[in-house]
Design a protein around this ligand. Structure first.
Ligand SMILES: Cc1ncc(COP(=O)(O)O)c(C=O)c1O
Length: 364
């Protein structure tokens, strides 16, 4: 760095007040902050996100694009006609939406639900309680565990059990269960069936955390609708958890967006809209299931080296195909079929573009 650049940077730093640690949100010394900013300016480009990169590649390709549907339009029209105000929501979001949303999954537990910016933010809140305040602050270490067996192309139950059993006893007894339910109903077409695991744990008296997203099952991509729930042992605990969650949310995004919450609330609380939504979700879920079956039967005809059962055994909108990277590259380059480098594909796109018929043929 030239002397001039460094002097200019120093001036910029000197004017930057106050100094906050980016994670801990605590005041830090100016020297630490200067080092951090200097580091930022020399970091260069981060690699593109593997999933968003696929969407970008698809969008910029010459492939014909189809309308992805307007399922929530009637509810949006109804809200627009009401000409509601555009005030900030409270930190925890639209309370009526949170109630209607969690009632799709939980029945009688004591819980706290906060609206979040899509499922991604809901996933971020829980680790933030730990990672900021506990893991980094008191020097705990993060460790992974096995969950996927590359030999069977399936969930590694033995691996996960072994890894959990290796944890120190005091941690093992304090496991925190977090369900990521990003598209309820898209797995089986029945919302209750999809929530079976959550019901099972809560019925066993285990107070779980839960993330819900309406991005896929309501087609709310740009509306960023989700929520985060903590099941609590009693009302006192619920009050404490709620205040902690608000403290985590407020400095990050102040309060969640209003418009999607109003549309989702309208859909969830109007009998007609809810019926229509559930029917649409059912159609979509059944399409995904039948596309998976069609894909595997086509692969079998093509002498696929594996029985392909992992494709219908997996559930939901995405499919981890286990194609080799050369196959992924060939599909993208020659046939404009897009998926991540590790062969993760959106089955919803397979339906829209009717790929299942020729996907299998083009692989080899
Ligand atoms: C399993 C899973 N969890 C969470 C998310 C994030 O949800 P959202 O798109 O609402 O941020 C996704 C997104 O695809 C997902 O697949």
């Amino acid at each position: 760095m030239s002397r001039l650049q460094s002097v200019t940077q120093k001036r910029v730093f000197a004017r930057t007040q106050p100094c906050w640690h980016p994670d801990l949100r605590l005041p830090v010394s100016r020297t630490v902050r200067n080092k951090f900013l200097l580091f930022m300016t020399h970091m260069g480009m981060r690699p593109p996100d593997p999933i968003l990169g696929v969407t970008k590649a698809y969008e910029t390709s010459a492939v014909k694009k189809e309308d992805s549907g307007r399922g929530c339009l009637p509810a949006e029209t109804q809200i627009a006609a009401k000409n509601l105000d555009k005030e900030y929501l409270p930190i925890a979001g639209l309370a009526e939406f949170c109630k209607a949303s969690i009632e799709l999954t939980l029945f009688s537990q004591i819980y706290v639900t906060v609206q979040t910016i899509s499922g991604t933010e809901a996933l971020e809140i829980r680790p933030r309680c730990f990672s900021v305040q506990t893991i980094r602050h008191i020097g705990m270490q993060l460790q992974g565990y096995k969950y996927y067996d590359p030999k069977t192309w399936a969930f590694d139950f033995i691996g996960i059990s072994k890894d959990i059993s290796k944890m120190p006893d005091n941690e093992k007894k304090n496991l925190s269960i977090f369900f990521d339910m990003a598209y309820q109903s898209f797995a089986s077409s029945d919302g209750n069936k999809d929530a079976w695991a959550v019901h099972h744990f809560t019925e066993e008296g285990i107070n779980v955390c839960l993330c819900q997203s309406y991005t896929k099952n309501m087609g709310f991509y740009g509306k960023q609708m989700g929520d985060f729930t903590v099941v609590c042992k009693d009302a006192d605990e619920a009050r404490g958890v709620e205040s902690q969650l608000k403290t985590l949310i407020h400095p990050v995004y102040s309060s969640p967006p209003l418009s999607g919450a109003q549309v989702a609330l309208t859909i969830l609380t109007s009998l007609d809209f809810q019926k229509q939504w559930l029917q649409e979700v059912q159609v979509m879920a059944n399409c995904i299931i039948s596309m998976r079956n069609q894909l595997v039967s086509n692969l079998k005809k093509k002498d696929f080296s594996h029985n392909g059962q992992h494709i219908p055994d997996q559930i939901g909108i995405f499919c981890f195909t286990e194609l080799k990277s050369e196959q992924v590259e060939k599909l993208t380059k020659k046939f404009s079929i897009y998926m991540t480098e590790v062969s993760y594909i959106s089955m919803a796109r397979v339906i829209l573009d009717n790929w299942a018929g020729y996907l299998a043929h083009d692989i080899y």
